[in-house]
Design a protein around this ligand. Structure first.
Ligand code: SAH
Length: 353
């Protein structure tokens, strides 16, 4: 039995069944045994690959959108350039490289990283060098200057709770233990006020999810943007309103069952972007498919420029990466972009209202 499985069994034995959110939180971030706390899971050799790890073009387009938004807001002299959940630091490295071509942007920016994992903080320092400030939560981001922020595949790692509807109301999915194994069941009926608006669009047997941490995080980001200016680009897989069980576990690029090997697989859930939009005091854009966002920013022209210097296998890989990021049947439509920006302002390039 793994150490984390032992910890969870002991906890369930003493406190009773746990919510899916508590389970996810332990699996991902337990300081001793959690998935992100103990490893660098990215890349071909890891369990999954994210857009910035697929091609430098992703970070370049994000960087250009942020820098153009900075120019559109009058090129403020001091800004916080922030990333939540920076992983290996690849996305921020690409943003900083491409925006060096935008006079004044990098000089105006202090880089702030919100990262829970000590292992990944060390990796980020290695890639990005000095002059970084890390925070445990978005609440510690600066409140005295404009905030230009990106979150890629961050919200999907936040713990969710799952509720199943039946004739009498909602029952929450919970994790129990039996004979040395964990299993998922349903708790008793209980009122769930935050789901009152979901009665109209669900049927008996449907599962809905809520992400309790997502609202306060979005509110903290949106409050800073509304007060001091800036923009946020929130990029993730999901949709405007969640329906169904979207919890998934990935190991070595394959789907596995979420409750079997706690701490050893990446656990994610689709992001309910409506829930984010409802909690920000700032303006927000239409939900934009990632492929559309990248095309609007000129990824195809950029891909052609880079292709001119390539041939053979690297050229094939480059073309495949462009396709993977943008094609509707790959990441182009599954992943979406929601931009936050000040009320009365304009959305960052790539997004529309
Ligand atoms: N943005 C990166 C990594 C995505 S993986 C990329 O696109 O490649 C999720 C990242 O969020 C990891 O860096 C993980 O350690 C971090 N993370 C997960 N939950 C967190 C939390 N509650 N607070 C801060 N960071 C968190």
């Amino acid at each position: 039995m793994s150490d984390l499985l032992q910890v969870l069994m002991t906890r369930i034995a003493s406190d009773g069944p746990m919510t899916v959110a508590d389970y996810m939180s332990e699996c991902l971030l337990n300081p001793d045994y959690g998935y992100y706390a103990t490893r660098d899971p990215f890349g071909m050799a890891g369990d999954f690959i994210t857009a910035p790890e697929i091609s430098q073009m992703f970070g370049e387009m994000v960087g250009l959108s942020l820098a153009q938004a900075w120019i559109d807001q009058g090129a403020p002299a001091k800004i916080a350039l922030a990333e939540v959940g920076p992983g290996r630091g690849t996305l921020m490295a690409d943003i900083l490289r491409v925006t060096r071509a935008v006079p004044g942007f990098v000089d105006a920016a202090d880089v702030h990283l919100v990262e829970a994992s000590a292992t990944l903080r060390a990796k980020q320092q290695e890639v990005l060098g000095d002059h970084l400030t890390w925070h445990n939560t978005v609440d510690d981001l600066p409140e005295d200057k404009p905030l230009f922020l990106v979150a890629n595949e961050f919200y999907d790692a936040l713990p969710i709770r799952q509720f199943q509807r039946d004739r009498e109301g909602w029952r929450e999915k919970q994790i129990s233990q039996h004979d040395g194994a964990l299993f998922a069941g349903l708790g008793g009926h209980a009122p769930v006020p935050v789901l009152s608006h979901r009665i109209e669009d669900t049927n008996d047997g449907d599962m809905v999810e809520i992400c309790p941490a997502a609202g306060p995080i979005t509110n903290a980001i949106g409050t800073r943007i509304e007060q001091n200016g800036g923009v946020a680009l929130i990029i993730d897989y999901g949709d405007w309103r969640s329906l169904g069980d979207t919890l998934q576990a990935l190991k070595a690029h394959a789907h596995v069952t979420p409750f079997e090997t706690p701490g050893e697989t990446d656990l994610t859930a689709h992001v309910d972007f409506e829930a984010l939009a409802l909690t920000t005091p700032s303006a927000y854009s239409k939900l934009t498919p990632q492929g559309v966002f990248l095309e609007r920013l000129g990824i195809t022209q950029r891909a052609q420029t880079l292709a001119a210097a390539l041939s053979g296998e690297p050229l094939d890989a480059h073309i495949a990466a462009h396709h993977r990021l943008t094609h509707p049947q790959e990441m182009g439509n599954l992943f979406k972009v929601l931009a936050l920006f000040p009320k009365g302002g304009t959305p960052p390039p790539g997004c529309e209202t």
